[in-house]
Design a protein around this ligand. Structure first.
Ligand SMILES: CC(C)(COP(=O)(O)OP(=O)(O)OC[C@H]1O[C@@H](n2cnc3c(N)ncnc32)[C@H](O)[C@@H]1OP(=O)(O)O)[C@@H](O)C(=O)NCCC(=O)NCCS
Length: 185
């Protein structure tokens, strides 16, 4: 069984929509494209266009505005099918405090019905080379990722792929304490 990273598309949208029926889908996209299912169904083309739009987007926390200027969203699929398995949100550049303190370069989410079944580990194993290549094309020489300190699945996943623990920090934007990991290419 193998996996691909693809751009969000109308072809895969039905599988994405069925994933939303499996439970709360916590897509680590900093709110970008967090539309309710009804809104997506009413405007599927608008939704796909938004997900693929490279224009900067802004998030607001504690009345401060933070912009992500270079980013892309990729969907994980089962190779050769239109089955949606999860998301990889890449943030290559943006507001320093947001990018370099709290959100960093990469956010990943597996669809609710497939959590804790090894999909995270297996799909990253297949897709890591492509993530590295896409990052290096944009001038990155390392990737940093963070998770809430209670998120064992995320911290285990990062450790599996050679991310080194850097720091536990107070997460003033999203709450609680975060763990920061770094992978040097
Ligand atoms: C983080 C995430 C992508 C991992 O994907 P996954 O397919 O659920 O994880 P896997 O089944 O591949 O397991 C990865 C590791 O986490 C552990 N794990 C998975 N779910 C777990 C859970 N609920 N509690 C504790 N550990 C868990 C696994 O045992 C494995 O570790 P091990 O190999 O040391 O035993 C997934 O849990 C997810 O989408 N979470 C919601 C969004 C999120 O928090 N994203 C990360 C923040 S950027």
């Amino acid at each position: 069984m193998t996996y691909s990273l693809v751009k969000p598309s109308a072809k895969i949208l039905p599988s994405f929509l069925s994933a939303l029926d499996e439970g709360k889908f916590i897509a680590m996209q900093l709110g970008h494209g967090d539309w309710a299912k009804e809104k997506i169904v009413a405007d599927p083309n608008g939704y796909i266009t938004l997900l693929n739009d490279p224009a900067p987007f802004t998030i607001t926390r504690n009345e401060q505005h933070y912009s992500i200027t270079e980013h892309e969203l990729l969907w994980i699929t089962r190779n050769g099918t239109d089955e949606f398995l999860g998301t990889i949100a890449m943030r290559y550049a943006g507001n320093d405090e947001l990018i370099k303190v709290y959100a960093w370069h990469i956010g990943m989410a597996i669809r609710p019905g497939l959590l804790n079944k090894g999909y995270g580990i297996r799909s990253i194993a297949v897709c890591m080379d492509e993530i590295r290549t896409r990052s290096m094309e944009r001038g990155l020489t390392f990737l940093v990722a963070t998770c809430n300190e209670t998120n064992t699945a995320s911290s285990r996943l990062m450790q599996h792929f050679g991310f080194q623990f850097e720091e536990r920090y107070e997460d003033k934007l999203f709450g609680g304490y975060g763990l920061r990991y770094k992978l040097v290419f």
